[in-house]
Write a new protein. Structure first.
Length: 528
């Protein structure tokens, strides 16, 4: 039997070491390069996905809106970018936003099953994490019943009371304006109490109440873990299989939400069972309709939690941005004070009824929302069917991003868009909810609450809260930066919901009636 020896192969047929090396490199590149370089995707008719940057990204962690703004200038109002294997399409033009998210809302209203937010923390629940399906419709419609303009009118007394308490706590803790304050916990407790009242019929009675810290911490942790661009773990699947710190934080947050809000649901249930009076609130509605609506315990917790997750950090963030901005705009502050003195006078607080007569205050609030929208990328939607828009292909499963930063700095819509200028909203009498429905999309005030079928269901209550807090802050105080401590307006905290870096502000009461009015409002402790 003859044996085959390498030596028998003609020398010309034996690959050289260089050729082997080249083959290995080419094979490696064949498999590795696509992991880093975008690929074109076309439909059967040859339509390509929108243009976009050459590379794929694992995350865009710090200030992603700045990258989106640059790319929008380079690639146009509809561009695409790959995060790992996930295709993102970014909308930076008002008409495109309307055409896709509103007119074609049946196709562009789902949510991607992000690993951190949707799968780990909220487990597909809490409205915001549900795909566009019957569960989402059912849960959203339950929540909406508590958030209609009529329902909000019913909470007016509570919201006004909490606005009094906000002013009272600031005045007290600043020793009538002699000490500077960091507004973080005050704005946070104001928004938290409003949401606790609507969700559980309860409130916290001081900034040191044991619920304030965990509730604000969970809201902050949620914002930090759920940035739509910030987590490599969302886009690189193998990272999801190993026990990383991110994964543990996500799981812990899920467990904490169930523990804290589950205990509160249990408390409401026990009180109802004992025949005690429980004010009308989300938890009561959920418990009473649990069987009929076929909700399990986790649905209850997550639905109750989403009001504080969605409604605290956002509203409190805008109040903090307002207090950060206004001291460096003394002319704007003076005009607001003049309007309040003229319309409301100095003997009483501004109330919700005054809103229509305070156009400049309304304009300030809209302008703060424009220049400091808490969510520069709103909450991304996801397409549930293939779609071709103006010759560009958007495959099913694409993450659709509303690029609010670019929309809010569109020079055609907002002249000198990087300047804080409330005057641009003078003459705009519409609420944010009304403005979201205007026929000419170039006249919409801003995109802070998102767009289409997923638009924020809490916008009526948020608008009322913001009006009461901001009009009363302006009515009560003159606001100043501390000498040598300018407040930073460019940097911020939060990978999803943005809040200013910690700062202190000096709040000087404008007149004696501030003191006498707050003395009339006592902090109320509710039995819970
Ligand atoms: C100034 C305060 C607020 C801002 C800026 C804000 C902003 C947003 C944005 C941008 C979205 C995503 C919209 C979209 O997908 O197109 C959203 C969704 C949502 N918001 Fe708000 N929000 C605020 C207050 C509230 C409040 C007070 C509540 C609850 C009472 C709330 C509950 C929700 C819920 C449940 C969703 C998910 C809706 C869905 O997926 O169908 N938000 N919000």
């Amino acid at each position: 039997m003859s044996r085959f020896l390498i030596a028998d192969i003609p020398a010309t047929l034996i690959p050289s070491a260089n050729a082997i090396l080249a083959a290995v490199v080419i094979t490696a590149l064949y498999f590795i390069v696509p992991l880093f370089i975008r690929r074109n995707i076309t439909d059967a008719k040859g339509h390509s996905i929108p243009p976009g940057p050459l590379f794929r990204y694992a995350f865009l962690r710090k200030y992603p809106e700045r990258a989106l703004y640059k790319w929008a200038q380079q690639y146009g109002p509809l561009f695409s970018v790959f995060m790992g294997n996930q295709l993102f399409v970014v909308i930076s033009d008002p008409q495109v936003a309307k055409d896709l998210l509103v007119t074609n809302g049946a196709i562009f209203s789902s949510r991607k099953r992000y690993f951190m937010k949707n799968q780990t923390i909220l487990r597909g629940r809490a409205i915001t994490a549900s795909e566009y399906d019957d569960t989402w419709r059912q849960h959203r419609s339950i929540a909406m019943k508590l958030l209609t303009p009529k329902a909000v009118a019913g909470y007016n007394e509570v919201l006004e009371y909490e606005a009094d308490i906000l002013i009272r706590s600031l005045l007290k803790d600043s020793r009538n304006g002699t000490l500077p304050v960091n507004p973080h916990n005050y704005a946070g407790r104001y928004a938290l109490n409003n949401m606790l009242t609507i969700s559980f019929g309860t409130r916290t009675d001081s900034t040191t109440d044991p619920l304030v810290e965990p509730a604000l911490h969970m809201a902050m942790e949620f914002m930090d873990l759920t940035g739509p661009w910030s987590n490599a773990i969302d886009f690189i699947e193998p990272l999801q299989w190993i026990p990383t710190q991110m994964r543990s934080r996500g799981r812990k947050l899920h467990d904490d939400l169930i523990k804290v809000y589950g205990a509160m649901i249990t408390r409401v249930r026990a009180r109802l069972a004992a025949g005690e009076h429980v004010p009308d609130c989300l938890a009561k509605t959920l418990i009473e309709t649990q069987k009929e609506e076929n909700l399990d315990e986790e649905d209850l917790c997550m639905l109750a939690a989403v009001f504080t997750l969605g409604g605290v950090h956002s509203t409190a963030g805008i109040i903090q941005w307002f207090l950060a901005l206004i001291p460096s705009h003394p002319d704007i502050q003076a005009r607001a004070h003049e309007e309040l003195d003229r319309v409301v006078g100095r003997d009483r607080w501004p109330t919700a009824d005054d809103e229509k007569n305070l156009p400049y205050i309304r304009a300030i609030i809209k302008e703060v929302q424009r220049v400091h929208a808490p969510f520069w990328m709103a909450t991304p939607h996801c397409s549930s069917e293939d779609f071709v828009y103006q010759g560009q292909y958007i495959p099913k499963g694409t993450v659709m991003v509303l690029n609010c930063f670019s929309l809010h700095h569109n020079e055609q819509r907002y002249n000198d868009s990087f300047t804080f200028n409330p005057d641009r909203y003078m003459g705009d009498d519409l609420s944010c909810a009304e403005s979201a429905k205007v026929a000419n999309v170039m006249e919409r005030d801003h995109w802070t609450f998102g767009a289409g079928r997923r638009i924020c269901p809490g916008l009526h209550v948020a608008e009322r809260e913001l009006f009461l807090a901001i009009s009363r802050l302006l009515w009560s105080f003159s606001m100043y930066e501390l000498p040598g401590q300018p407040i930073c307006l460019d940097e911020y905290e939060g990978l999803s919901g943005r809040t200013p870096l910690p700062y202190k502000v000096s709040l000087i009461p404008r007149h004696d009636n501030v003191l006498s009015l707050v003395e009339q409002s006592k902090e109320m402790t509710l039995e819970f």
